[in-house]
Design a binder for this molecule. Structure first.
Ligand SMILES: Cc1cc2nc3c(=O)[nH]c(=O)nc-3n(C[C@H](O)[C@H](O)[C@H](O)COP(=O)(O)OP(=O)(O)OC[C@H]3O[C@@H](n4cnc5c(N)ncnc54)[C@H](O)[C@@H]3O)c2cc1C
Length: 428
């Protein structure tokens, strides 16, 4: 492979181009032997994001920098790995090259791990006015939006406007919606009345709307029921079988005609895969996920792999594919790394099988649910387990220490200390 953008020719090594440095991309880079491959990693950002804790950035509990990690630092000691900040635009699978905003790059094998983005199901009003949370910058935007609304609420004497500014509606009763609702309810209880003593927080409503008959659909019935009871205890108004039809920035319209007054609609109700040009329709499954075989290879080329949230692996045993969670992304990356090595050694490829280590969701202090192989847990023990698992999964010792200290501080003081409205300066 030729030299490109100051990346040397790959010589005898196979050039593996990986696009997306999320859970899947980073795991793959760290699992490939630098002795045997030249690896080019591309991401549109220069940092890796730890998505499970976005909601804590949005609710002023953690700094964005505590859950983001510079990709170059991860790769500092890796030989034959070259990182470029670049956005993928097109895959030319016939000529084995990709088009990016920094030019064209040839590959021997290509691995796509672009993850997902918010799905507004084609509703332009929701896209315009509802607030998503699929990146650290969106989480920061959400923090600013909520705080700005309270600042504005102080300056109006119109009760209807004040109600709309203070009320928060969250759509989607998965882990993100449940965690956000719980954290906001705790802010309403412990923090906001102290920050804004002129406002009456007994009138503020936090509503969680879920389209199906239960919460936490990917988890056990027990976890769903328990999280519902925790949220009710925290004063969250949970509405099941409830669908949002529209939002104009002030009024949320529900299916059936009911209206809710709120300037903040947090959208945690849908995900679709990030799209790339160069794929025909028959290679794409539901929610834009690219269809792959049991080795994560695409239909049209054995040299193009897709892993993580962007991939959909349908098998006879698993007709709906694996869930879009971090463990699936990580395990698929490990399997592809093994298979790239197997190909090099002319060995047989290994089919991917997801090993479910369990799942958990937290609702508030001492309140969490966990589904494990041995059974389901709730309360204090599940909460401690949730803290430990998430702390261990964050990249970087400094980040682990900062997050841990923040959690201890919040636990002791009942306070989230990052209620700052920091915005990038707009260029004139
Ligand atoms: C708010 C939230 C909470 C979550 N909580 C949990 C949880 O508690 N437990 C759990 O297991 N899972 C959770 N998930 C899901 C989990 O984060 C994903 O399953 C996981 O991140 C998927 O990994 P990935 O590598 O496929 O994609 P991602 O981690 O999303 O990485 C994709 C990467 O691709 C890059 N990219 C995108 N488009 C381009 C482009 N065109 N060009 C170049 N680069 C591009 C992005 O910048 C990103 O770095 C959560 C997700 C969200 C959004």
């Amino acid at each position: 492979m030729n030299e490109i953008n100051n990346i040397p020719a790959s010589n005898q090594r196979k050039r593996i181009v990986i696009v997306g440095a999320g859970f899947a991309g980073i795991k793959l880079v760290l699992s490939l032997s630098a002795k045997h491959f030249q690896v080019i990693l591309l991401d549109k950002n220069n940092y890796h994001q730890f998505q499970p804790l976005f909601y804590q950035v949005a609710t002023a509990g953690l700094e964005p920098s505590s859950i983001s990690f510079p990709i170059r630092k991860i790769l500092q000691k890796r030989k034959n790995v070259h990182f470029r900040v670049a956005s993928l635009q097109h895959v030319n699978w016939e000529s084995k090259s990709i088009e990016t905003d920094i030019g064209s790059i040839e590959y021997d094998d290509l691995v796509l791990s672009l993850g997902g983005t918010t799905n507004f199901f084609g509703n332009p009003n929701l896209e315009k006015y509802a607030v998503p949370m699929k990146s650290v910058s969106e989480a920061l935007y959400l923090r600013n939006a909520v705080l700005e609304n309270y600042e504005q609420a102080l300056n109006t004497s119109d009760p209807t406007e004040q109600e709309a500014l203070m009320n928060i509606v969250i759509t989607g009763g998965g882990p993100t919606g449940v965690e956000l609702s719980g954290a906001l309810a705790e802010m309403r209880k412990f923090v906001l009345p102290k920050d804004y003593p002129e406002l009456d927080f007994t009138k503020m409503t936090i509503s969680l709307l879920e389209g199906s008959p239960r919460l936490l659909n990917g988890m056990s019935d027990y976890a769903g029921r328990q999280s519902l009871s925790y949220l009710k205890k925290l004063g969250v108004e949970v509405r099941l079988n409830c669908l949002v039809e529209d939002f104009d920035g002030t009024t949320v319209s529900l299916k059936g005609g009911e209206k809710m007054s709120s300037k903040t609609l947090l959208w945690a109700a849908g995900i679709k895969a990030n799209s790339v040009k160069g794929f025909s329709e028959d290679t794409i499954g539901p929610a834009g996920r690219i269809l792959v075989n049991e080795f994560s290879q695409t239909k049209f080329s054995d040299s193009v792999y897709v892993i993580g949230d962007q991939a959909l692996m349908i098998t006879a045993e698993n007709p709906k594919g694996d869930p879009q969670v971090a463990q699936v992304a990580i395990q698929q990356a490990q399997n592809v790394a093994k298979n790239l090595n197997n190909l090099r050694l002319k060995k047989q490829l290994k089919a991917f099988k997801y090993f479910d280590k369990g799942s958990m969701a937290t609702v508030g202090r001492n309140l969490a649910v966990a589904d494990l192989a041995v059974g389901s847990l709730k309360g204090h023990i599940a909460w401690l387990m949730w803290l430990f698992v998430h702390l261990m999964a964050i990249l970087g010792t400094k980040n682990k220490v900062f997050v841990f200290l923040n959690w201890i501080w919040s636990y002791i003081t009942y306070d989230q200390s990052l209620r700052l409205m920091i915005k990038p300066r707009e260029k004139k």
